[in-house]
Design a protein around this ligand. Structure first.
Ligand SMILES: Cc1cc2nc3c(=O)[nH]c(=O)nc-3n(C[C@H](O)[C@H](O)[C@H](O)COP(=O)(O)O)c2cc1C
Length: 192
């Protein structure tokens, strides 16, 4: 297959089918912090198409601040049950407000309330403070619609390279790297 986006979506579909995981679409996103160190964390992958790879988060989180200083990011996933690793490198940008609202509306009420009750990446005084914050938010919104806060939205990673590694017991893994230049994908194989 010569289109890495189609290939990714094919693998993602396969991975979702037989996944032993609870968090089936977790992927690792890495950013670069102010000191130049990479920072990695898992997020839930929402959508992948020709425009890029989308995940949702708080814009004012550590990752959000890091992306605003340096949009160069990577996304990595390992699907053990189908023996596939994917590594994406690209540039992150905020999705539109309208798209963010659509993703917000797919979330459960409880997830929406949790989002509103937290200031992601900020220090927390105690575990009980977290529960108190949540309870307070729940009371405030009782009987009301929970609208998306401005600080929450999504990022689209526009890929410049995507590498697939098909794991082989022999360790002769098959690595296929796609690189994008002037909107055209070039494919090459790499030694394992
Ligand atoms: C399986 C899994 C899925 C997660 N999904 C998300 C997500 O979609 N968005 C998000 O902001 N954080 C998600 N998190 C929490 C992040 O890993 C991270 O702790 C949080 O975003 C704060 O990261 P930051 O301080 O680097 O910004 C997830 C964690 C796990 C373990």
């Amino acid at each position: 297959m010569n289109n890495p986006i189609e290939k990714f979506n094919d693998l993602w579909r396969q991975a979702l089918l037989d996944s032993p995981l609870q968090q089936k679409s977790a992927v690792c996103v890495s950013t670069i912090n102010a000191e130049g160190f990479p920072e990695s964390r898992f997020v839930d992958l929402k959508q992948v198409d020709e425009q890029g790879f989308v995940f949702c988060t708080y814009y004012d989180s550590n990752k959000g601040q890091e992306i605003s200083c340096n949009p160069k990011v990577s996304l990595t996933v390992w699907w053990d049950h189908i023996g596939q690793q994917v590594r994406v490198v690209g540039l992150a940008e905020q999705i539109s407000e309208q798209a963010a609202i659509q993703f917000w509306q797919t979330r459960s009420r409880s997830a929406q309330l949790t989002t509103l009750s937290c200031e992601q990446s900020q220090p927390l005084s105690s575990e009980s403070a977290l529960v108190e914050q949540f309870d307070k938010t729940q009371q405030t919104f009782e009987g009301k619609e929970v609208t998306k806060p401005e600080k929450w939205g999504g990022y689209r990673i526009r890929p410049v390279s995507i590498e697939f590694l098909a794991f082989a017991e022999s360790r002769l893994h098959l690595r296929t790297r796609f690189t994008k230049k002037n909107d055209v994908w070039t494919k090459m194989l790499l030694q394992p």
